[in-house]
Design a protein around this ligand. Structure first.
Ligand SMILES: Cc1cc2nc3c(=O)[nH]c(=O)nc-3n(C[C@H](O)[C@H](O)[C@H](O)COP(=O)(O)O)c2cc1C
Length: 313
């Protein structure tokens, strides 16, 4: 997820049971790769996080092939192609989910990228362009024929953006139409929902995005529920505090103090937003300018007796 799944957050999710974590999407325009933002998206792709999966977005088959090659040089074990992003900035360039309207171009891009690299190429897509043009199955078949090795489908159309609820019927149809593994995605926010969606769609795996924000232990909870049928509790407040403090330290280590402190603000909001009386705390927290003071504030907040109530789901 752009702006979220940076190296520190991916590491945290992997440590808490995610089988794989993909980079934020990176433009296929490799001239931009010299920018600080893209370099940070590509950097620290250490082997500890293997398999390293780099996601690229673009609409030019040649540029996408070149980007895939360069991503491989950066240490990618898997290249993921983004055809799911509905953001205007991305769609204006006919990339992301805008491609779903142009199946010949989809075919051309997928063939070019698969041919360019010797590592697996995967695709992330949606169920279609809009309700009247749900061409997810057609796109999926094109992908399989092009040599895509796994497909993730977000159960919304491009037009739905993030509105309404994800639907899994189209994902089930795609699973039946393909032999490659299909990963179901969209609104999978509890271990029970993960199991329900796996059963309903027949998908090989689930992908979890927003429900992991401030909640990276969801992966081990899903894992445990799938393997034992036991519904795990949330980690204790002490463990959650340790996870959050470690996350803050890793943000500073990765980005440096100034940027790390800024990025920490949104994560802390995600971690703590369901606690009682959080608004004044966040207001105060957002004015802190050092990682040390952020860590002290979080520690202090989580020690207050009223915080010791179970987090409201
Ligand atoms: C802030 C944000 C950034 C995202 N960035 C990406 C991205 O870079 N690449 C991608 O494939 N999907 C991206 N997505 C979509 C998610 O991967 C996922 O498909 C979508 O949020 C639905 O799944 P969820 O309900 O588990 O969040 C993004 C979503 C959000 C909310």
């Amino acid at each position: 997820m752009a702006g979220v799944t940076d190296a520190p957050f991916r590491r945290l999710c992997r440590e808490h049971g995610a089988g794989m974590a993909t980079t934020e999407m990176i433009s296929s325009d490799t001239r931009l790769w010299r920018s600080k933002k893209t370099r940070s998206r590509l950097s620290a792709l250490d082997r500890e996080q293997a398999p390293v999966c780099i996601q690229i977005a673009g609409s030019e088959p040649k540029a996408m092939a070149e980007a895939a090659k360069q991503a491989m040089d950066f240490g990618a074990d898997i290249i993921d192609i983004n055809m799911g992003c509905p953001a205007k900035k991305v769609c204006r360039k006919l990339a992301g989910s805008a491609l779903l309207r142009n199946t010949p171009l989809v075919e051309h891009i997928l063939h070019s990228v698969v041919k360019a690299v010797a590592i697996p190429v995967t695709l992330k897509t949606r169920t279609g362009w809009d309700k009247e043009h749900k061409n997810g199955v057609a796109i999926a078949k094109i992908a399989e024929q092009a040599g895509i090795q796994a497909l993730t489908v977000h159960g919304r159309t491009r037009a739905c953006r993030f509105d309404g609820v994800a639907e899994y019927d189209t994902i089930a149809e795609i699973v039946s139409a393909l032999s490659i593994p299909v990963v179901a995605n969209g609104d999978i926010n509890t271990p029970q929902k993960a199991v329900q969606v796996l059963r309903y769609t027949g998908a090989a795996a689930v992908m979890i995005g927003r429900p992991a924000l401030g909640n990276p232990w969801i992966f081990e909870q899903v894992e445990r529920y799938i393997s034992t049928g036991e519904l795990p509790k949330n980690p204790s407040l002490d463990i959650r505090r340790e996870i959050l403090l470690r996350h803050l330290r890793q943000l500073t280590d990765f980005y440096g103090e100034q940027v790390g402190v800024r990025i920490a603000r949104k994560h802390v909001r995600w971690y703590l937003e369901t606690y009682p009386n959080i608004t004044p705390f966040l207001k105060h927290f957002n004015q802190l300018h050092t990682s040390q003071s952020q860590q002290e504030a979080v520690t202090d907040f989580l020690r207050r007796p009223e915080t010791h109530e179970e987090k409201v789901a």
